[in-house]
Design a binder for this molecule. Structure first.
Ligand code: NAP
Ligand code: F7E
Length: 334
């Protein structure tokens, strides 16, 4: 039985990855940081099948202690301050966790578990003000936020440790991936949750920022499979993971509201407080390498993703007794 060590278990990707690895008969050891409120909701359904250990990307000693104890075969570094907007408000903290945190993990691996295979959660935000369309593993980086800058640092640190110490270290350059477990602060989940709240009469509108931003959005449940595949190859490498399609925030709204028989124009307003000091206008990934070398392809398409998220946010309200006050319930929930 292989052992996997995951950081960021309480986040969106951590829970999907842990589920996938359990299905593949891994022993899963997962790190959480101590906090006043334990956010276990995303993995509560598998909590009795994984080993939760406590550590923090800010605390080098905790990482070294955990890897020494666990001696994993595979390490997935998913933990980060991952909200781009917040990185403008907390740039130093974002740099410490999302950037230097990767270096702390790499040092812990090098010193305490050098044979382990390492996955770093890199991001399409590194492409930022894009130099070409679509973006591939060879596209130059031009980050547009403290988050993007920190991810570039973590990305290069991963490559540097691979080259310097012959470590099996991979960087997955993942484009936006979403799910019903996405944090409510990200635009996709903010929209799906508001649509459900509007249908149930809990809210009357939705304030957003830049509706023209374009993203290559996929389903998190598909993307975590690519992470695992990267660590099963003969040689470590870096891969773009994307759907090869781009859509605007406006299109996301159109489909989400349309799914419940509403027109987004009647509910969406613009609030400049959601604009960012520098915006990433267009992301479109070229995942040809992942397809050819890993045999990876996304299964959920854009419309399927939007509808899955709206259905989830509606269903959890209906299960708690809410009823349809506006628009119409999708067929599956009617
Ligand atoms: P997420 O939901 O925001 O989860 C982030 C996780 O990091 C949470 O479990 C959080 O724990 C943990 N964390 C934050 N600070 C920490 C610290 N100092 N020490 C230890 N753990 C800490 O993110 P996600 O969407 O699952 O994304 C997973 C990774 O992929 C992240 O690195 C993200 O930057 C990257 N990424 C995401 C996307 C995407 O579209 N989702 C795309 C590309 C790359 P708490 O619960 O304690 O806050
Ligand atoms: O914004 C626009 C916003 O916050 C998407 C993270 O997982 O993916 C994510 O970063 C777009 C931006 O995600 C609102 O300006 C408009 O253009 O959902 P988001 P993100 O910034 O793309 C990358 C790949 C990561 O690595 C990150 O960790 O939507 N937008 N109105 C809005 N965004 C938000 N959050 N809220 C709004 O009201």
């Amino acid at each position: 039985m292989k052992t996997a060590f995951i950081t960021g278990i309480s986040g969106q990707d951590g829970s999907y990855l842990a589920e996938h690895l359990l299905d593949l008969d891994y022993r899963v050891v997962a790190m959480m940081r101590r906090s006043a409120t334990q956010s276990v909701s995303r993995f509560a359904h598998i909590a009795d099948r994984i080993e939760i250990v406590h550590g923090d990307l800010l605390d080098q000693a905790s990482l070294m202690r955990l890897l020494t104890d666990c001696q994993p075969d595979e390490i997935y570094n998913l933990a980060a301050q991952s909200f781009v907007h917040a990185s403008f408000d907390e740039p130093i903290h974002t740099g410490e966790v999302t950037g230097l945190g990767v270096m702390r993990m790499l040092e812990a691996v090098r010193l305490c578990a050098p044979k382990a295979r390492f996955y770093q959660a890199s991001s399409s935000e590194m492409f930022g003000k894009v130099h070409e369309v679509p973006q591939s593993e060879n596209t130059p980086f031009h980050p547009r936020s403290p988050y993007g800058v920190a991810k570039v640092y973590g990305h290069w640190a991963t490559l540097n440790y691979r080259e310097s110490y012959d470590m099996y270290a991979c960087s997955g350059i993942l484009f936006n991936h979403e799910s019903p477990r996405r944090g409510l602060e990200f635009v996709t989940r903010k929209i799906s949750d508001h649509v459900a709240a509007i249908v149930c009469g809990e809210k009357d509108g939705l304030a957003l920022g830049n509706l023209d931003a374009q993203r290559d959005w996929g389903f998190a449940g598909d993307y975590i499979k690519a992470m695992h595949l990267m660590l099963q190859q003969d040689e470590p490498d870096d891969y773009v993971v994307a759907t090869n399609e781009t859509h605007t925030v406006r299109e996301f709204c159109e489909i989400a509201f349309g799914h419940v028989g509403l027109d987004y124009n009647d509910f969406v307003s613009i609030d400049p407080k959601y604009y960012r000091p520098a915006e990433v206008e267009l992301l479109l990934g070229d995942a040809t390498k992942a397809k050819e070398k890993l045999g990876w392809e996304p299964e959920v398409n854009f419309r399927g993703l939007v509808e899955m998220m709206v259905d989830y946010d509606l269903k959890r309200r209906i299960d708690q007794g809410a009823t349809c006050q506006r628009g119409s319930l999708p067929e599956a929930l009617a």
